[in-house]
Write a protein that binds this ligand. Structure first.
Ligand code: UDP
Length: 415
């Protein structure tokens, strides 16, 4: 099958850890590679955000990354990309006409969905949508600080009806979309996977000289790193290692890093908090394996790959009971779930787990087992390919009725 993957802001070739580069980049890279491993041809379309990028760059055997010239070739916040989605769609449709039409387009994030539906209608290509994050959830948690373009929630609702299939990644996301008005029968639940060749219990681990709590992620407020810093005074003797954020050389100039350092000082734990900065995916397993516990304490979380990566490395997890973490972390079996934004609950869960060697050993074995049994990329790719085949059949029957001349604009998609 020829598969177009659209990931407008999250390139599978990007450096991870920055404000807009994390789980979606990993997801798209791993999924594309797994589908190619099954013999499919994948082209990933992402925005060209650097003039030096070639039009097409290989990611791995069977996967090409296509850099779409839409908007200025500079890094822009993802929330500023909406005005460029029309140009993105037009360029992609021309590419499909010139280089061969894909059998299916799989869009990641809502703005990619707008471009995919526009190009899909122009060329008769069925579209599958994965949201990765939902505007309604972001608005609920961030209120006035939500920087999403106006109308995001309406676009997301309309996309749920415009595409041929919605792939949700967790039960919580499905419930959110049902509340939004997307019919349940349009959705298929296929969770993300974890790279089991990379994330496994055996292998090197970075050294440590005290009990280590590790947290990994983009350094944005909703990841709950400050809640962990506030919890640390009540977890005596342990250090908190924070992986993610800008490259180490740029940490001192980062305003959020400075805020975290101030929080560590005012909580009198500055000597026990270490902010590492961005780490390459190759080094991630050695960080996970070095931890006694991995803490994933976001306020909300569409999926939460870091908890799953920790589990695959056989590390117990303390996670907030939100989003995808409710599905991946089995409370009392592979880790402990705690309420979000509750430093006292986080510290008591960490204390209990760090002082109970037997429980940690049990969680560790169950976590590694669950990651292997339920979250392999091969399994995800096989389920998706089956779903793509179904959608392609449906679209084959309806494509004839679609007029290439009547390509809708992004705005018309939601009309
Ligand atoms: N990651 C990384 N280096 C870093 C920080 C994060 O490779 O310095 C990776 C991490 O291993 C995971 C992803 O970025 O694969 C973060 O995914 P998650 O779903 O936890 O968070 P998101 O970025 O989607 O909010």
């Amino acid at each position: 099958m020829r598969i177009a993957m659209i990931s407008e802001h999250a390139s599978p070739l990007a450096t991870l850890g920055g404000v807009d580069a994390g789980g979606q980049n990993t997801h798209v890279a791993e999924l594309a590679a797994a589908l190619a491993g099954d013999g499919h041809q994948v082209r990933v379309y992402t925005r060209r955000d650097d003039p030096g990028l070639p039009e097409v760059a290989p990611l791995t055997d069977g996967v090409d990354v296509v850099h779409v010239p839409a908007g200025p070739p500079v890094t822009l916040p993802k929330d500023d990309l909406l005005p460029h989605m029309g140009a993105f769609a037009e360029w992609m449709a021309a590419d499909w006409r010139g280089n061969g039409r894909p059998d299916v387009a799989h869009a990641h994030f809502w703005m990619s969905g707008l471009a995919a539906v526009t190009a899909g209608r122009a060329c008769g290509v069925p579209v599958v949508q994965t949201y990765h994050a939902l505007g309604a959830v972001k608005k609920r948690h961030q209120g006035a600080a939500d920087s999403s373009p106006p109308g995001r929630i309406g676009y997301e609702r309309a996309l749920g009806r415009a595409v041929d299939r919605v792939v949700v990644q967790c039960t919580d996301e499905m419930n959110e979309l049902i509340r939004l008005g997307v019919p349940r029968h349009r959705m298929t639940l296929i969770p993300s996977g974890v790279n089991q060749a990379r994330f496994r219990p055996d292998g090197p681990a970075f050294a440590k000289d005290r009990t280590r709590v590790l947290t990994v992620g983009r350094l944005v407020e909703r990841k709950g790193v400050e809640d962990l810093i506030r919890a640390l005074p009540a977890v005596p003797g342990a250090e908190l290692v924070v992986v993610g954020g800008p490259p180490p050389s740029e940490m001192d100039g980062d305003p959020y890093v400075r805020r975290l350092r101030r929080a560590a000082e005012s909580n009198r734990v500055a000597d026990r908090v270490r902010l590492v900065g961005a780490v390459s995916p190759e080094d991630m397993p050695a960080w996970y394996r070095s931890a006694d516990v991995v803490a994933a304490t976001p306020w909300y979380e569409p999926f939460g790959l870091t908890a799953l990566e920790a589990m695959a490395c056989g590390v117990p997890v303390v996670a907030t009971a939100v989003g995808g973490l409710l599905d991946t972390v089995v409370d009392g079996v592979t880790g402990d779930l705690v309420p979000a934004r509750d430093p006292a609950a986080i510290s008591s869960a960490l204390r209990r787990l760090l002082t109970d060697d037997v429980r940690r050993t049990e969680y560790s074995a169950a976590a590694a087992d669950r990651a292997v049994q339920c979250y392999s990329w091969e399994r995800v790719a096989a389920r998706l390919a089956m779903m793509y085949a179904g959608v392609t059949g449906v679209a084959a029957a309806t494509a004839a009725g679609r007029s290439a001349a009547a390509a809708p604009t992004a705005a018309e998609v939601v009309a």
